[in-house]
Write a protein that binds this ligand. Structure first.
Ligand SMILES: Cc1ncc(COP(=O)(O)O)c(C=O)c1O
Length: 418
């Protein structure tokens, strides 16, 4: 059981009294993050690889953060983690590198459920190489796709399958391990966008069977920083666009230019916070771990398992609150028996009110929510909502409470009546 009072007291932004439900666009940060950032800039601010103490200390902070991220994702070794500006930029970088080998007639599979950061980089790379794009559609009734359909799309010409672990638009959690099996059976690589799943549940890249996985620290309680995990052998042998003096071994060959060391330090702070959650409230929630059991891995896996369990309560509260609003239609999974297939990210439309007008009215009343397509443009297009302002999205994380969601329901019912 999470102690919400203890958890919330660690996040200065929660003192505003606002109900923060724009979390899929970026979460708030615990004090551990800002403390790390300030300490980095005040005490160890120096570039990489120098012969003097602050440069060495800076490199140590980065190494500590890399190990912590490896523990968070279940990576086999820290060198499998590369930092970058954000997930989108890292994915463009990887698409450029991986597609160097593609030829006309080769194929890739993309989904209509993904954020465009896991679509456009591959679409553009395929266009550059003359490769064919196959689309994995989703069922508009519940916004899920199935692995059988994916299996029918791959063949010996498939080079890459790109899927999201969870949808930032409608909250669906996808069968990543099934996608890995399907991709690998055809000899293709699997690239996973875990940006939306990372704050909600445990990630184990080995169990998932991914070849590459990207996420963003600002979505899991850290600062703005992109993270790429790749299988070491792939990071080592895939062509990297890099400057000549940069190291040839992973991760150096993937980290182009000077990194945001303060953001890397802050990410370490976020993972120290999550390890505290695991140690304090994880109890016996520790899942079976593949691979390493070292460092912060058990505490982080335990935290994310406890968070996932708590968030099922938030999903039920959200569904109940939204269901009670006349004229409101939730898009995505609404069967509570299938809530292990979703995270508490709900999108909806309300008849007679545009998504922007609802978000504005909620904003005036202290509820921070998003509206539009949130860059998951394939979803709003498929649902026929792209031309009508998209949807309103309310996305809870573990610092939200059922009481906040109850208040949201009350206000939405008032808006529906107005
Ligand atoms: C599911 C998903 N993937 C990718 C991204 C892009 O991440 P970044 O902002 O780090 O480029 C986002 C951002 O909203 C997202 O929600």
């Amino acid at each position: 059981m999470l102690d919400l009072e203890a958890i919330r007291s660690r996040f200065p932004a929660l003192a505003s009294g606002d109900v923060i439900l724009d979390n899929p666009g970026g979460t708030q940060v615990p004090r551990a993050v800002t403390d790390r950032i300030v300490r980095y800039l005040h005490e160890t601010n120096a570039n990489h690889g120098g012969a003097f103490p602050t440069s060495r200390a800076s490199d140590e902070v980065v190494a500590g953060a890399r190990s912590a991220v490896a523990d968070f994702l279940g990576a086999a070794r820290p060198e499998e983690i590369a930092f970058g500006p954000n997930m989108t930029t890292l994915t463009f970088q990887m698409a450029r590198s991986l597609s160097r080998e593609w030829k006309p007639g080769d194929e890739i599979v993309l989904t209509r459920l993904d954020h465009d950061a896991n679509v456009s980089p591959w679409l553009l790379a395929a266009a550059d190489r003359g490769a064919t794009v196959r689309w994995l559609d989703f069922d508009p009734a519940d916004c899920t796709w199935n692995v059988e359909h994916l299996r029918s799309l791959v063949c010996e010409r498939t080079k890459l399958v790109a899927v999201g672990w969870a949808s930032n638009s409608v909250g669906t959690v996808n069968d990543v391990a099934g996608a890995a099996e399907a991709a690998h059976a055809a000899g293709a690589l699997l690239y996973v966008d875990a940006v939306h799943y990372a704050p909600h549940g445990p990630i184990d890249v080995a169990l998932a069977g991914a070849d590459f996985l990207a996420c963003s620290a600002y979505k899991f309680f850290g600062p703005h920083l992109g993270i790429l995990w790749g299988r070491y052998d792939l990071l080592e042998r895939t062509f990297a666009y890099k400057v000549r003096p940069a190291g040839d071994a992973p991760p150096d060959r993937w980290e182009t230019g000077t990194q945001s060391f303060e953001a890397i330090a802050g990410t370490l702070g976020a993972l120290e916070y999550l390890a505290w959650v695991g140690e304090s409230f994880g109890g016996d929630a520790l899942p079976a771990l593949a691979g390493r059991h070292e460092g912060r891995r058990p505490a982080l896996a335990s935290a994310m398992t406890a968070i996932r369990a708590y968030e099922a309560t938030l999903s039920r509260a959200l569904l109940e609150a939204l269901d009670a609003v006349p004229g409101l239609a939730v898009r995505g999974l609404t069967d509570p028996l299938r809530f292990d297939e979703r995270v508490p990210t709900f999108s909806f439309t309300l008849s007679g009110h545009s998504p922007r007008a609802i978000a504005e009215e909620l904003g005036r009343r202290g509820f921070r929510v998003w509206d539009g397509n949130y860059y998951a443009v394939g979803v709003t297009e498929r649902l026929g909502l792209e031309g009508t302002g998209g949807m309103v999205r309310v996305g809870a994380v573990h610092y939200n409470t059922p009481e906040e969601i109850h208040r949201l329901g009350t206000v939405l019912r008032e808006i529906a009546r107005s």
